[in-house]
Design a protein around this ligand. Structure first.
Ligand code: SF4
Length: 391
């Protein structure tokens, strides 16, 4: 069995106006941006707690001898940490979990929080994949989203990363932004492709509760994006990225051949993973746990030798089967019949035969000898298809 390791860094310079992720804004003065900023005791305590939590899991009976094929440091903005802290995390966790240099080792970064010194530390720690939260190349869109970076930061960071030897870079882009039209979206796609990243992730902006954007929606100062235009943007991206050599391998993800995300594929294939950090989730041995979101509660628990877990559930077999279906259907390849049978010692057809038949008759699902997958027509309706597999 191979597993994935996820590490959550819940700190950002400032909150973006649309963000409902678990992250704390700690201000420019407390984030080490491009060699600036002061060492922050909260961040230092947090890094120590992460390593202590990791050490405990690495010694657990269930994980002993298991191999990890990916490490992903996400957030928040992991690159708020100093180069030294990032190096320490990468090197120590790789040693604790026996993660080789060949594994996919990703760090998420905000353009504008990296310089060549920090990039070098990432490389020295073994990071071989960068995931850049670009979102847009348009200065007005970046400002409207509350991003801390400028378009120029993206070009500079990308070019510095290449110089430091990063040959595997992802770019996150958002569409369906307030006031955005197809022409502006096409311009963003063109800029992204011109940089020639190995991987591109696309997300439609959604207006989530407890965000400034949601407040504006409630006050009538912002409207939900028109779904037909959003669908047009999705189609435009699909055609443009395919024409430029990016395979559409997951609903929201595109990659050059062989550059699909190993880490995220573990989630979509319903593999097991260990999660470290405040608010992180882990899933192995039939159990799913979620750590305390509160940073102090998380650090206090770890440092006093307690498990920092806020909630844990043992998954019912039928629930796990449904989850494997709707995670796997996100992949264009779909759910492997063999993987399903190996996981549950039951055939996919014996559990979901009727549902699959019904969805095939509506041309929402397709089937090959080895896989069940979404039809082209079903991609915009994916959530409706997933619901059909729930117990
Ligand atoms: S940088 Fe990412 S995690 Fe941080 S506030 Fe913005 S969207 Fe949220």
């Amino acid at each position: 069995m191979t597993l994935a390791l996820y590490v959550h860094i819940p700190f950002c310079v400032a909150k973006c106006y649309y963000c409902s992720f678990h992250s704390y804004a700690i201000g420019r003065e407390n984030c080490v941006l491009k060699g600036l900023g002061q060492r922050n005791t909260l961040l230092e305590r947090y890094v120590r707690a992460l390593l202590q939590e990791g050490e405990k899991y690495s010694r657990s009976d269930y994980l002993a001898g298991e191999s990890f094929n990916s490490l992903y440091i996400g957030g928040g903005t992991p690159t708020c940490l100093t180069g030294g802290q990032l190096y320490l995390l990468l090197a120590s966790l790789r040693e604790l979990f026996g993660i080789s240099a060949e594994a996919e080792i990703t760090v998420e970064a905000n353009p504008g929080t990296l310089d060549n010194g920090k990039l070098r530390k990432l490389r020295e720690g073994g990071c071989n994949r960068l995931s850049l939260g670009v979102q847009s190349f348009d200065p007005r869109e970046l400002e409207a989203l509350g991003r801390i970076h400028q378009a120029l930061d993206v070009y500079n960071t990308f070019s510095e990363a290449r110089k430091e030897g990063f040959t595997n870079i992802n770019i996150d882009l958002m569409y369906g932004l307030p006031g955005q039209d197809l022409r502006q979206w096409a311009a963003n796609l063109k800029e992204a492709v011109a940089l020639n990243p190995e991987h591109i992730s696309l997300y439609q902006l959604s207006l989530e509760e407890n965000t400034p954007f949601y407040d504006l929606l409630q006050k009538g100062l912002l409207t939900e994006f028109d779904e037909d235009t959003a669908a047009g943007m999705y189609d435009l991206a699909q055609g443009y990225l395919a024409a430029n050599g990016y395979g559409h391998y997951e609903i929201s993800n595109y990659a050059k051949s062989g550059r699909e995300s190993v880490h995220n594929k573990t989630y979509w294939k319903y593999g097991e993973y260990v999660g470290l950090g405040a608010g992180a989730t882990g899933f192995f041995g039939g159990k799913r746990y979620t750590n305390h979101c509160d940073i102090h509660a998380y650090c206090d628990a770890v440092i006093t030798d307690k498990r920092p877990v806020e909630a844990e559930e043992i998954l019912e077999k039928r629930t796990a089967m449904a989850e494997m279906m709707f995670m796997g259907l996100r992949l264009r390849q779909g759910v492997s019949k063999k993987d399903f049978a190996e996981r549950f010692t039951e055939r996919i057809e014996d559990i979901f035969g009727e549902t699959i038949k019904r969805l095939k008759s509506k041309r929402l699902l397709e089937e090959s000898a080895s896989h069940i997958f979404l039809s082209e027509k079903a991609i915009p309706l994916a959530n409706m298809v997933f619901i059909e597999f729930l117990p």
